[in-house]
Design a protein around this ligand. Structure first.
Ligand code: NAD
Length: 354
């Protein structure tokens, strides 16, 4: 298949591109604007492969996206490009509305034009996979799991913009018949994760002997999914999911943020011993405004209907991740020294600059 991927220079998108090119026979056409979160270094392993192609473009630019569709003539689209960091959405929501809502609209319209021009088997096989988050469901109490039937109840500008785009994607299926499939996944972690997110930030701060910031009392719970398991899930959903249907993706790995940080400290102490236990670096900081308490995914539909299973549990996936950061300073050092050195973002007091 000729698969058009958006956001392929980001954390999950690059895992998807590497997986498709190295482990499947598909041809990949990656559209990415290369914002601060897009990093061509994450694609180094495949950028000379003849089955990998890169287009630097903004998904909000309808003319550019239309021209790329005309040139590539994709059989399927995996739409991951987004502004993705909740803390940044609190102080700069506009980019989230533009890319996540308006950009998704551009992608849906370009895909509709492509699909309208297809016939027969190619038309029947065409898919638009819209990649979203479990944050659209809001926050859980101590019990229960998010299913595909959980009502939408987003809390942050980020999750509200993703919820809006999910509704557009499903509406393009219901109104125009476009074969859209939606996936909503829990928090991902793994190699090539931009060091503003909890797990890589804590690994790198701990290596530098810097404070390890834990929001609030650290009791917020997330359900962690290893990014390479997610990439496999997305291809499964693209190729076997039913149009108009949503699939939740999760690793059944609930942990409090404090447990995550403590496990990283213990793993680093084991792999690269320091003079003092790294747990001593943990510092509790002001909580994120609107911080959802608990997310947890019920992935039964994906497991039972499409046969996907996570291959990593949190302990095996986290150790792989810590080892990767220890062995790949070439990838993260320029980011720590350049675009983001670990400062606190998103306390909500700042006015948005336009
Ligand atoms: P990321 O921030 O690491 O990467 C986003 C990519 O999109 C970057 O390469 C960036 O350059 C690109 N991009 C941003 N705006 C663009 C635009 N206007 N035009 C073209 N490219 C643009 O994000 P990620 O963590 O890889 O997330 C990918 C998708 O998965 C997003 O849709 C996100 O909402 C969703 N998701 C992520 C997680 C997670 O834990 N990371 C969890 C659930 C859902």
């Amino acid at each position: 298949m000729r698969i058009l991927v958006t956001g392929g220079a980001g954390f999950i998108g690059s895992a998807v591109c590497r997986y498709l090119v190295r482990e499947t026979g598909h041809e990949v056409f990656n559209i990415d604007k290369l914002t601060y979160a897009g990093n061509p270094a994450s694609l180094k392993a495949i950028d000379n492969d003849p089955r990998y192609h890169f287009y630097k473009a903004d998904i909000c630019d309808a003319a550019a996206i239309g021209a790329i569709f005309d040139e590539v003539q994709p059989d399927a689209v995996m739409h991951l490009a987004a502004e993705s960091h909740v803390d940044r959405s609190i102080v700069g929501s506009r980019a989230f509305i533009e890319t996540n809502v308006l950009g998704s609209h551009v992608m849906l319209e370009a895909a509709r034009r492509r699909w309208n021009g297809l016939e027969g088997e190619a038309k029947a096989a065409f898919r638009f996979l819209h990649i979203s988050t479990d944050e659209v469901y809001g926050s859980l109490g101590p019990d229960g799991l998010f299913t595909e039937d959980t009502p939408y109840d987003p809390s942050s500008p980020y999750s509200a913009s993703k919820a809006a785009s999910d509704h557009l994607a499903i509406a393009w299926h219901r109104t125009y018949g476009l074969p859209v499939v939606v996936s909503n996944c829990s928090n991902n972690y793994g190699p090539y994760h931009f060091p503003e997110k909890l797990i890589p930030l804590v690994i790198l701060n701990a290596l530098d002997g810097k404070p390890l910031p834990v929001y609030g009392d650290g009791s917020n719970i997330r359900d962690w999914l290893f990014v390479e398991d997610h990439a496999r899930a997305l291809l499964t959903i693209l190729t076997t999911g039913r149009p108009g249907r949503t699939y939740n993706v999760g690793g059944r790995n609930e942990r409090t943020n404090l447990q995550v940080v403590q496990t990283i400290c213990d793993t680093l102490d084991k792999l690269r011993p320091a003079a003092r236990p790294r747990r001593e670096l943990i510092t509790f900081v002001t909580d994120r405004p609107g911080h959802d308490h608990r997310y947890a995914i019920d992935a039964t539909r994906l497991e039972n209907e499409l046969g996907w299973r996570a291959q990593e549990n949190f302990d095996t996936g986290l150790e792989k991740t810590v080892r990767w950061y220890l062995e790949n300073e070439w990838w993260w050092r320029p980011l720590r020294d350049g675009v983001y050195s670990g400062e606190r973002l998103g306390l909500g007091a700042e006015e948005e600059k336009r």
